[in-house]
Every structure is written in C-alpha cells, then in structure tokens.
Design a protein around this ligand. Structure first.
Ligand SMILES: Cc1cc2nc3c(=O)[nH]c(=O)nc-3n(C[C@H](O)[C@H](O)[C@H](O)COP(=O)(O)OP(=O)(O)OC[C@H]3O[C@@H](n4cnc5c(N)ncnc54)[C@H](O)[C@@H]3O)c2cc1C
Length: 410
C-alpha cells in the first residue's frame, strides 16, 4: 500500500518510521528540514533547538524510542532551577529556603501552594477540563496566589485567552514540574541536542524505505475513488499531522477546529550569564516575552562555549509587529546587556505552536480517523492536557498502528 504522511514534525516522522518496511511511505514536509517544533539551528560546531526543550522521567515512549534508535547514550539528567522576575528583581525559587524567602507570597499562601503541588500528582487532571484555571486557583488558593503567582504565568503563556484555559492544563503542569529535589527539577536532555534524535528517526525511516520529501508543502489532499491524492499523487491512505483546521482546508473536509496559539522564540548568545544561574526565569513584570530560559544554566556551558538564552513569547492571531526588535531591546535594557555583547540572535516563529487548552477541549479533540483520513499531532489525546515530545511520539505511533490494522500487508 502507498501511504502519505503530511508534516515532518515528531508525529509525522514517527508515523513514517512505524509504517516504513511494511508499506511504501512518502512524507511531505514544508520546511527545508524535518523536525517541526523540534527543529534546531546549527551554530558553528554545535546544534541548538529553535525552541527550548527538555524531557521528563515519565516520558516512557520517548525514552524507549531513544533506546531503539541508539541515542540513549546521549541522555543526561540535569537539574533545572527556576525563578521569578518581579519589580526588576530576580527571585530564585528552587530550594525550600528560596521559596521561604520569596517576598511576594505570604507564609500561608506558600503553604497552600506547597500542598496543592503535593496533591497535584494524585488529582485526575482531565476531570478538571470543565473549570478554568483561574476559578480553580481562586477557589483553592485565594486571590493573592492567583494575582501574584499564576495570573502572570497564564498571561505570558496564553495572552488574551488566559482566562479560558482549563484547570486540567494547570494541574498537569504543576504535577509534571513537581519532580524536584533541592537543586531543582530533574529534566532530561540529549548531549549534542535533540537534533540527533530527529536525524536518527529520519535516517532509520529512510533505511526502511520511506521517502522524506523536505521543502515540499502539501497544497491539496483530495479523495479519489477508494483512496486519496496528495499534490496530485495517488495514495491508499493519508496521515495528516497538521492542525485539524489546516487539514480541513487542504482536504475540503469538515473537521472541528482546535484553538491554537503561536510561539515567537528568540535565541541569543552571550559571554556571560545574566539570570543568576537560574534556568527558567518567569517574568511577572510586563515584557515582550514571558520567560527567559538560560539553556546553559541547565546544559553544561562547555558544550557550547557561549551562554545561550531563549526569550519565550506566545501570541494569538498575528505576530505583533516589531516583536524581534522589541524583545531584544527590552532584554538588553532589563538585564544590562549591551547589544554589542550579543554574539548572534535568531527568532523562530510558528503560528501553530500548540493548542490553547480551553475548558471543554477534551471532548472536542479530533479522532485518529475523521472522514477516512488519519490524524495525529499536538491535538491528539496523548498531547492532552499539554503537548510534548512524548505525546507526539505516542500520537504518531498510534496513527501508524491504526493504518497497520486497516492495511496489515503491503
Ligand atoms: C516553544 C515550545 C517549547 C516546547 N518545549 C517542549 C519541551 O520542553 N518538552 C517537550 O516534551 N515538548 C516541548 N514542546 C512540544 C513539542 O515540541 C511538540 O509536541 C512536538 O515537537 C510536536 O510535533 P508534531 O509533529 O506533533 O507537530 P509539529 O512539530 O508542529 O509538526 C508539524 C509539521 O508539519 C509541517 N507542515 C505544516 N504545514 C505543512 C504543509 N502544508 N505541508 C507539509 N508540511 C507542513 C510543519 O513544518 C511541521 O514540521 C515545545 C513546543 C514549543 C513550540
């Protein structure tokens, strides 16, 4: 059988990998190289992700795939420290002592927050799909914790849709990020970058016979007799990993929309650390970015020879005009960096960087098969209530499984 996979992010690559060898597989990727949100830049002699990435101990499908593709020897478990930038000051929030010293929450608020963190692992996050994060926090932790702690985080992540985000998303984030010891969260990374993982999937899929057509956007998906045509070529089955509304437009099918947000992420390099050795610094003060993620306060500096910093920003609708200049100018002013100190900077923009986990989304997620078309991606159930590399691996595997169940032989 001839199978077409649309999109060369993690979901599409994994689907192609699973199907190659049994079926003839063509993967169409719009960009010059596959990887999607897990794409990387080559800077001198190292690779760095366009968007900050780490993985978690519970990412079993991802870790198993690292093993199967022989990249597990690159796996390192590191500590990720956190902090909050408030009123022009950096507040470390990693150790219990640092949390106790944080001046913007009362002792009682900290105790309630700590209890919720402990409880979060036992709560069924998806059962909280119908209640907003805001209402949940107001009810359980009070308005002080909401306004001085969670509201800025929700605003920086979801902008003007922050008020619609469900408690399912928030609780799953708290639970996943509570795997921490005294030195910070335990987070995984691949030495040399996740680029090696993407390259290995591509290499292995090609070795099994898949054809990866990079730089080849899909412009049309049409039903043709019992099968499909994609850009005019005939296929027996199609797996689309694009957002449901994009697939719906390309295929002229009625598939329900999922609310999405865009990401604009600046990566830059410096000679020095500017976030007091903190990996993940959330911004409470208003800035054109919601977090400063100092990659080299997480991965060892000697791998790169320069400090690498991400400025993370999300948007809905159009990319705000002049964002690149305003991000850089604000960062330099706020962290006392002369623009001449910035070795290089790049801005990655993806208008479909992830779903907005609004209330009720759980029941609106598309099925793996709609109108005879297979679908897998950031909108699939394994990526609810937060998208992840692990979720996209599982979604890609699951879609391939369904194609194999329908077409067991070539
Ligand atoms: C800012 C950011 C930070 C993240 N951090 C983490 C993290 O720390 N840990 C973690 O586990 N996960 C993280 N993720 C999530 C993770 O990157 C994603 O879940 C995963 O990479 C998504 O893969 P995907 O294939 O489902 O979607 P995508 O990566 O979006 O892949 C879709 C692909 O389709 C291609 N495409 C689009 N239109 C067409 C067309 N017409 N024709 C052909 N191809 C097309 C796109 O170019 C893209 O390659 C992060 C994501 C972002 C955006």
């Amino acid at each position: 059988m001839k199978i077409c996979v649309v999109g060369g992010g993690l979901s599409g690559l994994v689907s192609a990998l699973e199907l190659a060898g049994t079926h003839e597989v063509d993967l169409f990727e719009r960009k010059p190289v596959p990887g999607g949100c897990l794409g990387s830049y080559r800077i001198g002699d190292y690779w760095i992700e366009e968007y900050y990435h780490h993985c978690f101990a519970g990412d079993t499908a991802l870790l198993d795939l690292f093993d199967a593709l022989q990249v597990a020897d690159r796996m390192v478990w590191l500590r990720g420290s956190t902090g909050y930038y408030v009123d022009g000051n950096i507040h470390p929030l990693t150790t219990p002592l640092e949390i106790l010293r944080y001046p913007h929450l009362t002792l009682m608020e900290k105790a309630r927050l700590g209890l919720l963190t402990l409880r979060s692992r036992r709560l069924d996050a998806s059962a909280l799909d119908g209640i907003t994060a805001k209402d949940f926090i107001l009810e359980n932790l009070g308005s002080g914790v909401y306004s001085s702690f969670f509201e800025p985080l929700l605003n920086s992540k979801f902008g003007d849709r922050a008020g619609e985000v469900s408690a399912a998303w928030l609780i799953s984030r708290i639970a996943i990020r509570s795997d921490r010891g005294a030195g910070g969260e335990r987070l995984g990374y691949l030495k040399g970058g996740f680029r090696h993982f993407v390259a290995r999937i591509e290499e292995e899929a090609a070795r099994r016979g898949a054809t990866i057509l990079s730089g080849t956007p899909v412009e049309e998906i049409r039903r043709e007799g019992g099968g499909w045509t994609v850009n005019g070529q005939a296929y027996d089955a199609v797996i689309s990993t694009l957002p449901p509304q994009v697939t719906a437009d390309l295929a002229g099918l009625d598939i329900a929309k999922i609310p999405y947000q865009g990401a604009a992420c600046m990566t830059l390099a410096l000679d020095r650390d500017v976030t007091d050795r903190i990996y993940w610094l959330n911004m409470k003060d208003r800035a054109p970015y919601g977090a400063v993620v100092s990659h080299t306060n997480f991965a060892p500096l000697e791998w790169y020879g320069e400090h690498i910093v991400y400025l993370a920003s999300y948007f809905t609708g159009m990319l705000p005009e002049g964002l690149e200049q305003s991000m850089l100018a604000d960062f330099c002013r706020r962290f006392s960096v002369d623009e001449g100190e910035v070795h290089w900077h790049r801005l990655a923009v993806d208008p479909y960087a992830g779903p907005v986990y609004t209330t009720g989304l759980r029941n609106r997620l598309p099925d793996y098969e709609e109108h005879g078309l297979f679908l897998a991606g950031m909108f699939s159930p394994p990526n609810y209530p937060e998208r992840s590399m692990n979720g996209s691996v599982v979604a890609g595997q699951e879609a391939a499984k369904r194609v194999l169940a329908r077409y067991p032989d070539a």
